[in-house]
Design a protein around this ligand. Structure first.
Ligand SMILES: Nc1nc2c(ncn2[C@@H]2O[C@H](COP(=O)(O)OP(=O)(O)OP(=O)(O)O)[C@@H](O)[C@H]2O)c(=O)[nH]1
Ligand SMILES: [Mg+2]
Length: 341
C-alpha cells in the first residue's frame, strides 16, 4: 500500500516518516513500514516457514507546493506526480511548537488551511476541464459527475466524502483530483499530550477522517531502538505502542481494510483487503491465476485455528470450512485457495 505524508511546512512530516521507518531515510525518501500483526507472529512460530511476509506500507513525504500564494503550474505538476498512486494521505498537523515555526501551533487552523487549498485546487482543475469541454464535448456521464463534484467542492466539502460506484470511479481516476484520496489525520503533540487530540477537537472539519495523535520526536526515538525493546519502552513512556503499529492500525481503519492469512512451510503471510471482499477477489490479491481458476477456499478463523494449531486438526475437527467464490472474507481468516490453472 502506498501512502503519502502531507502537511504544512515544519509540522513534523519528516520526523513521522523516520519514526515509521525506524531509521534515518536515505535518498529516495521512501519508508517501508511493516504492518505489525500479532496473529502472523504466532502463526510463524507454529509453522516455522522459510519466510514470513507482513503487509507493507510504503510511505513518502510530499510538501504542498507554495502554501498561501505563489504556486506555479510546474510545482503543482511535480506535486501531483509525487503523490500519484497513493491510496491514502497521512495529513500531519502540529499541536506542538516545533523549532522554526513562526506562529503558535494551531492544529485546527492548519487542517482547515490545507483542506481549503486542496479543495480550491480541485475546483480549479474541474473548472478547467468543464471550460475545455465547450470545444471538445465530454461524455455526458462524466460531465454530470464533474458538475456534482463542483457543487460538493463549492460547499467546502472534500471529494473523499462522496460515494462512487465502480463506473464513476473508473471515469474519474485519470484526472488526479487531490481530495478524492482518503486521508488520515495524524497530530504531532507535545510529549505529555499523547493521545489527547482526538475527534472532538476537530468536529465536522474532519469530514469523516480518523485521528491519531502522538509525539513525533518521542516516536522517532522509540522506533530507533531494537525491535524487542520498542514495545517495552513505549509502555514505560505510557504510549499506546510504537508509531508504525499505531499509524498502520489507523490507516487500516480509515480505509476499512482487514487482513487474511495464508500459511505453510514455505511462507506465512498477511494480505490486506477491503472489508466485504469476496473469496474469489481475495484470491486475486495473491495471484490473478488464483482468481481466474478459483474453485473453493478452505477457511478457518484464526481463533479456531489457535485452539488446534494445525490445519490437519482443523480439518478433522470440522472447523476447516469449504467456501465458494461469494464467501465474504473475515478479518483473521486463514485461507487455502483451491484453483485450476
Ligand atoms: N520540540 C519538538 N520538535 C519537533 C517535534 N516534531 C518535529 N520537531 C522538529 O521540528 C522540525 C521540523 O520537523 P520536520 O519533521 O522536518 O518537519 P517537516 O514537516 O518535514 O518540515 P518540512 O519538510 O520542512 O516542511 C525538526 O527540527 C524536528 O526535529 C516535536 O514533537 N517536538
Ligand atoms: Mg520534511
Amino acid at each position: 500500500m502506498d501512502v503519502t505524508i502531507i502537511g504544512l511546512p515544519r509540522t513534523g512530516k519528516t520526523t513521522l516518516l523516520q519514526a515509521l521507518a525506524g531509521a534515518e531515510l536515505s535518498g529516495g525518501g521512501i519508508a517501508t513500514v511493516r504492518v505489525p500483526d500479532e496473529r502472523l507472529d504466532k502463526l510463524s512460530k507454529i509453522f516455522e516457514p522459510k519466510k514470513d511476509v507482513y503487509v507493507e506500507i510504503r510511505a513518502r513525504e510530499a510538501a504542498w507546493p507554495g502554501v498561501g500564494g505563489s504556486r506555479r503550474k510546474s510545482e503543482m505538476e511535480k506535486y501531483i506526480n509525487a503523490i500519484r498512486g497513493s491510496q491514502l494521505f497521512i495529513h500531519v498537523i502540529a499541536a506542538v511548537q516545533t523549532p522554526m515555526m513562526t506562529a503558535p501551533a494551531n492544529p485546527l487552523q492548519d487542517l482547515q488551511k490545507l483542506d481549503d487549498e486542496m479543495i480550491f485546487s480541485d475546483l480549479v482543475a474541474i473548472e478547467r476541464i468543464l471550460e475545455q469541454s465547450v470545444r471538445s464535448p465530454l461524455d455526458p456521464n462524466l460531465k454530470k459527475l464533474l458538475e456534482r463534484f463542483k457543487d460538493v467542492l463549492e460547499g467546502d466539502q472534500p471529494l473523499w466524502t462522496q460515494e462512487l460506484d465502480e463506473r464513476e470511479h473508473a471515469m474519474i481516476t485519470g484526472y488526479n483530483l487531490i481530495t478524492l484520496t482518503p486521508q488520515l489525520v495524524v497530530v504531532n503533540t507535545a510529549e505529555d499530550d499523547e493521545g489527547k487530540h482526538g475527534v472532538s477537537d476537530f468536529g465536522d472539519r474532519l469530514h469523516g477522517r480518523h485521528v491519531a495523535s502522538l509525539c513525533f520526536t518521542t516516536a522517532k526515538e522509540v522506533s530507533f531502538l531494537p525491535t524487542e525493546e520498542q514495545e517495552l519502552f513505549a509502555q514505560e513512556l505510557g504510549l499506546d505502542g510504537p508509531a508504525a503499529a499505531r499509524v498502520s492500525q489507523e490507516a487500516f481503519r480509515q480505509l476499512d481494510l482487514i487482513s487474511f492469512l495464508t500459511v505453510g512451510a514455505d511462507e506465512c503471510r498477511a494480505w490486506a483487503i477491503r472489508r466485504g471482499t469476496v473469496a474469489k477477489s481475495a484470491a486475486g490479491v495473491i495471484h490473478t491465476d488464483f482468481e481466474k481458476g478459483f474453485i473453493r477456499a478452505a477457511v478457518v478463523s484464526y481463533e479456531e485455528f489457535m485452539q488446534r494449531k494445525s490445519l490437519k486438526a482443523c480439518r478433522e475437527g470440522g472447523v476447516l470450512r469449504l467456501e465458494g467464490k461469494e464467501y465474504v472474507v473475515q478479518d483473521g481468516d486463514i485461507i487455502e485457495f483451491r484453483f485450476n490453472v
